[in-house]
Write a protein that binds this ligand. Structure first.
Ligand code: SAH
Ligand code: SF4
Length: 355
């Protein structure tokens, strides 16, 4: 352990305050930010725009660290999964999901999750702790290191072009740190991801939804997974606390916010649970009732040992999609990636924890 202060995760203002403490002018904060988040530099001695004296002063009081890679897997389809470990030994999963010439990094916000969705492997792991803002950002920094995307390339030429906050944990149960992380990741002087390319998914912590997205302006996705309270409560116990009506009202509020276009709902296709045409019709009615301009991502379920659910058949999923399409809703089918590498989120962590 070190008593030095970790700079990753501090806001630009906080970095300014730190520099003031060691007698430096506030404008140095922007330069230091540039070294950390634009250049990806972790070694103060290489920050050549600073005097030798300042470099030494920084190194004496501060540190810039990355989470440690303790395991990694690359699947046949090039999906790249890392198990990352923090200072205190806690671990999370981070995944890079490449497309043709770009791709998304899927990051985690908690160790475990308190929401306990029945179909989710992470949900079966209980909650250990929240990640700090620095630990959330650190996952993307590791991916940038591995793919050598330093200094920050132009938007068009990046392989790590998007972020999806869809890893382990419920981000709105850790809203303050998640919001701080979103601001660091989308800061134009550093990592510089467009807010349009960052999507955060929530299981529907209703009162936090509108405030969070108003503050961060990143894209929202809501894990809906059912068209009524009965089915939703059965697979997502959180629905007893924040029932569908409250989630829908929060989505309405989000939709009315300036600049918001449409809402993305995630819908996991579970055989004989939520995949009937009747469910699709109820979903359409729900959208009409709350006047929501929505798109559905139909997710193929990734089974894991002991989960007790099965994936819907391809035919079922296509019929469901068609029903939504006919009512004017886009409903792309998200094909599973990295099937050969313990793809269900949380599985790699479980395996290594057991070892
Ligand atoms: N906690 C947030 C974000 C992380 S989960 C949320 O629930 O939205 C990201 C997505 O993965 C959610 O839509 C979740 O329902 C889905 N998911 C969970 N377990 C899955 C599994 N076994 N197969 C496929 N998708 C799963
Ligand atoms: Fe938590 Fe999301 Fe998994 Fe539900 S699906 S248990 S909210 S991580």
């Amino acid at each position: 352990m070190t008593d030095k202060i970790e700079l990753i995760g501090l806001s630009k203002e906080e970095i300014g305050q730190e520099l003031a403490k060691i007698g430096e002018k506030p404008f140095r904060a922007k330069q230091l930010w540039h070294w950390i988040y634009w250049q990806g530099e972790t070694d103060f001695s290489k920050m050549t725009s600073f005097s030798k004296d300042l470099r030494e002063k920084l190194a004496a009081s501060y540190t810039i660290t990355r989470p440690k890679i303790v395991a990694e897997q690359i699947s046949k389809d090039k999906t790249h999964k890392w198990l990352l470990e923090f200072e205190d030994g806690q671990r999370v999963e981070t995944v890079y999901i490449p497309e043709e010439d770009r791709g998304a990094v899927c990051i985690s916000t908690q160790v475990g999750c308190a929401v306990g969705c029945r179909f989710c492997h992470t949900g079966s792991q209980k909650i250990t702790r929240n990640l700090t803002a620095g630990e959330i950002v650190g996952q993307f920094l590791v991916a940038r290191d591995v793919y050598k995307e330093w200094p920050t390339p132009s938007d068009e030429t990046r392989y790590l072009s998007n972020i999806v906050v869809m890893g382990m944990g419920e981000p709105l149960h850790n809203a303050e740190n998640a919001a701080k992380a979103m601001k660091i990741l989308t800061d134009g002087d550093g990592i510089s991801l467009s807010k349009r390319r960052v999507t955060l998914s929530t299981s529907g912590i209703a009162p936090k939804i509108a405030p969070f997205f108003r503050e961060t302006k990143v894209q929202m996705a809501v894990s809906l997974h059912a068209p009524n309270n009965e089915i939703r409560s059965q697979i997502m116990p959180i629905n007893n606390k924040y029932p569908l009506e409250e989630v829908m009202k929060a989505c309405q509020e989000y939709q009315q916010m300036e600049g918001s276009r449409f809402i993305t709902f995630e819908y996991l296709m579970l055989k004989d649970i939520n995949d009937s045409l009747d469910c699709a019709r109820q979903l359409i009615d729900l959208m009409h009732k709350y006047k929501l301009d929505a798109k559905f991502n139909l997710i193929a379920f990734n089974p894991w040992p002991g989960c007790g659910f099965e994936a819907s058949s391809g035919n079922r999923i296509h019929a469901f999609a068609k029903e939504l399409n006919n009512a004017g809703f886009a409903a792309p089918i998200r094909t599973p990636r990295g099937q050969d590498i313990l793809a269900a989120c949380g599985q790699l962590k479980s395996k290594k924890d057991k070892e």
